[in-house]
Design a protein around this ligand. Structure first.
Ligand code: SF4
Ligand code: FES
Length: 374
């Protein structure tokens, strides 16, 4: 067997050896931590992904040992392979930091600032990217894009205004299902995710588009508006599934299962099974097995790197402070005329109310008024 050729590459002053053919992004991920550039469109489990969003741009300050000239422009690290002796700057390059702030601004041109009502909030890669590299304001003065609504069936909700056109969901449907029924229509700033003649996407593995979507453009209809991810306890669990690996993360509150997702690694990608295959999960596991007795619970899931729900993720940057606003402060010094106790108004908080089992998004009319209030 021929010996594997190893190349030496230095990223942010840390040198490692990687097999020839490794991309700069993969080499940086092997070092780990902040050295690894963010990636919004690249997904190691999806063939052909990457090269669309430019968030992974890096500066190559030395091309290789043989040709030490720097590369004239920043390069997409997910699509550029390492050369022997290459030196790369990620967070140590001012040019990269500046370019990344510009990319965030571009990605947010048409993206609504609706994190407070978005189910992806707390685990959205664009939210993290904006927090780490974005600016507090925008220079954009025009109206954001609006779209005709497309119904993607009973399981998946599409919010096209949030889509960053990363193509991950298209590759997922292409590579995991027998028949892709959605894609990107039109070009340039008219491009959008759509289904031809609005077919529902009901293939057994199509639910995985929810897990690969880096933003809240594709979300789980069975979980929509039911709870915030940071109130839920992620637990590793498995079941003997005839269709998929059956290895999942359950998102529980008490013994109520609010949603089921595939297990994700520290880069926010689907984790491999012990057999070394990507742990994609089927729709039955994801949408239909919503009781703890359907699963063998293994233990709490450790959440790392991504997501505000990782303990202390933002604490180092902003500290933990209590909000200073009070009713009076936000109400021009006026005290509220009326204060209501939610328990007198609705039965939403009774232990017998199982939010995860309410059909569709839950809202005021989903609950009876408290009889004391009648
Ligand atoms: S819907 Fe999500 S996964 Fe699909 S292209 Fe848009 S951002 Fe990417
Ligand atoms: S992750 Fe490299 S271009 Fe999107």
């Amino acid at each position: 067997m021929s010996e594997q050729i190893l190349f030496k590459v230095t990223v942010d002053n840390i040198t490692i050896e990687v097999p020839a053919g490794t991309t700069i992004l993969q080499a940086a991920r092997q070092i780990g931590g902040a050295v690894a550039p963010p990636a919004m469109c690249y997904y190691s489990k999806l063939e052909g992904s990457g090269g669309k969003c430019r968030t992974c741009l890096v500066e190559v300050s030395k091309g290789s040992e043989k040709d030490p000239r720097p590369m004239p422009k920043l390069v997409a690290s997910c699509r550029t392979t390492v050369m022997d002796g290459m030196e790369v700057k990620n967070i140590t390059s001012e040019k990269v930091i500046d370019a990344r702030a510009g990319i965030v601004e571009f990605l947010l041109l048409n993206h609504p600032l609706d994190c407070p009502i978005c189910d992806q909030a707390g685990e959205c890669h664009l939210q993290d990217l904006s927090f780490e590299h974005g600016k507090a304001s925008t220079r954009y003065e025009f109206q954001r894009r609006t779209f005709k609504k497309h119904d993607l069936g009973k399981h998946i909700q599409l919010h096209m205004t949030r889509c960053i056109l990363c193509y991950r969901c298209v590759f997922t449907a292409d590579q995991l299902t027998n028949k892709r029924e959605h894609g990107i229509l039109d070009r340039g700033d008219h491009a959008e995710i759509a289904t031809h003649i609005e077919k529902s996407l009901d293939n057994e593995f199509i639910g995985n588009v929810i897990d690969v979507c880096p933003v809240g453009a594709l979300t789980d209809k069975t979980f929509r508006f039911k709870n915030r991810v940071w109130f839920l306890k992620p637990m590793d669990a498995h079941r003997n599934c005839p269709t998929c690996s059956g290895r999942v993360t359950l998102w529980n509150r008490g013994d109520e299962v609010f949603r089921v997702t595939a297990r994700k690694d520290e880069w926010g990608e689907i984790e491999d099974t012990p057999e070394g295959k990507p742990g994609w999960i089927c729709n039955t596991c994801r949408f239909d097995k919503k009781h703890t007795h359907d699963w063998i619970i293994e233990g709490p899931r450790e959440i790392n790197r991504h997501s505000v729900i990782a303990q202390g993720h933002y604490a180092g940057n902003i500290g933990t402070t209590l909000p200073t606003e009070t009713f009076k402060a936000v109400n021009d010094g006026r005290a509220p005329h009326l204060l209501m106790d939610i328990h007198n108004e609705s039965e939403v908080n009774l232990p017998s109310i199982r939010l995860s089992e309410i059909e569709g998004p839950s809202h005021g009319t989903s609950f009876n008024n408290n009889s004391n209030n009648a």
